[in-house]
Design a protein around this ligand. Structure first.
Ligand code: GAR
Length: 223
């Protein structure tokens, strides 16, 4: 008789959506390669055929696809096509990593609970663009990044985890952006790993971490 001591989970299949540089995609791939993240990237899809992140994915033998919004009559038609493309890869989780498009309600509803985003601010502060400049202009002393489940609202949906960085008096927008980005590269793989290992899960409308309701975002001290 053989004794089973518990089975390793299979890697969580991901589809990653990007629009530009793809440094968060690279951080996810590095974490997978380094054994810190039990996932596999099945495809990288972009709305921009020239996104540098697509080239990086190709170099890593990952399927890449570009879908140009100009080829579709409107947002819902585009999102419908995008949804079909994503589903071909049967992802357990759809990861927005700098995907700079507003998503239509049917798309968000279709992927509800398995669609996450990273945003460079301490949500709900500074939704939208130019978060670093706006944080400096507002005189914020703390800034950071958030990983959240995606809802119909722009940069909305329950925040899973955040990490904070200080805003220094002499910070330029670029310096602050770089400090936040360094933390994003650790935050996103960690959040995905929690989902991959089942520590973070959605029970009905409730988010749970280690079996307990998540009442507000986890704080990750990455310093
Ligand atoms: C990241 O800073 C990400 O948080 C942000 O775009 C950047 C993408 O960089 N996303 C948003 O602003 C979403 N609202 P990357 O292409 O190097 O990963």
């Amino acid at each position: 008789m053989s004794v089973t001591t518990g089975q390793a989970r299979p890697p969580l299949p991901l589809v990653v959506l990007i629009s530009r540089r793809g440094s968060n995609l690279k951080a996810i791939l590095d974490a997978i390669q380094g054994g810190e993240l039990n996932a596999s990237v099945r495809a990288v899809i972009s709305n921009n055929a020239d996104a540098p992140g697509l080239e990086y994915a190709r170099q890593n033998d990952i399927d890449t696809l570009a879908l140009d919004a100009a080829d579709y009559p409107g947002r819902e038609a585009y999102d419908h096509a995008l949804q079909g493309l994503i589903e071909r890869f049967e992802p357990g989780l759809v990861v927005l990593a700098g995907f700079m498009r507003i998503l239509s309600a049917p798309f968000v509803q279709h992927f509800r609970g398995r669609l996450i985003n990273i945003h460079p601010s301490l949500l709900p502060a500074f939704r939208g663009l130019d978060t670093h400049r706006r944080a400096i202009e507002a005189g914020a002393t703390e800034h950071g990044a958030s990983v959240h489940l995606v809802s119909e609202e722009l940069d909305g949906g329950p925040v899973i985890v955040q990490t904070k960085v200080p805003v220094l008096p002499e910070d330029s927008e670029e310096q602050l952006a770089e400090r936040v980005l360094q933390q994003e590269h650790r935050l996103y793989p960690q959040a995905i790993q929690w989902i991959a290992e089942g520590r973070l899960r959605r029970e009905g409308e409730e988010l749970q971490f280690d079996g307990r309701p998540l009442n507000g975002p986890l704080q990750l001290d990455l310093a």
